[in-house]
Design a protein around this ligand. Structure first.
Ligand SMILES: [Zn+2]
Length: 161
């Protein structure tokens, strides 16, 4: 039952390590690893908490009005997710399944509120015109999933405080 602070520290540490290891190989891959890995802070498995998680708290209690507005939108966006799933359930915390579930949730909510029309149209256009480098997308998603797996290990295996 690790705290959000330690989850975020582990996310930053693993992402930094993997990014530094990838830079000599290919800087674009390293950038995808950094983006995918750090997105675990905002797409944390703890979005299933009925109360505010660390990221939500930091946004809502921020001194900047813009950050507070972003925080309320973020909390509102993921509130149904928190109510749909029990905290630390199989569907939110299991490696790979939890990651894919959150990505599916985001896609579904964006479709429901129709804000996704432009991004989805843009993605379809990019896909049809072969403008998406799926290798980079997959690298970012793998890093996100690795950080979610570290989160799961900290919550259930070592129960790091
Ligand atoms: Zn957790």
């Amino acid at each position: 039952m690790s705290s959000g602070l330690w989850h975020n520290r582990a996310t930053v540490a693993s992402t930094t390590l993997c990014t530094l290891l990838a830079i000599p190989y290919e800087p674009k891959v390293a950038l995808c690893i950094a983006i995918g890995g750090l997105s675990a802070i905002f797409l944390t498995p703890d979005l299933d908490q009925p109360t505010l998680n660390r990221t939500e708290n930091q946004l809502i209690k921020n001194s900047s009005l813009i950050m507070r507005i972003v925080g309320y939108i973020y909390v509102g966006f993921f509130s149904p997710y928190a109510y749909m799933f029990k905290h630390r359930s199989f569907w939110t915390h299991q490696p790979i399944i939890g990651t894919l579930g959150r990505l599916l949730y985001i896609a579904l909510v964006l479709c429901i509120i129709r804000l996704a029309a432009l991004p989805i149209d843009g993605l379809i256009y990019m896909w049809q015109n072969d403008l998406i480098n799926w290798r980079y997308v997959i690298v970012g998603l793998i890093m996100l999933s690795i950080n979610d797996t570290i989160h799961w290990i900290m919550d259930f295996i070592i129960q790091f405080k």
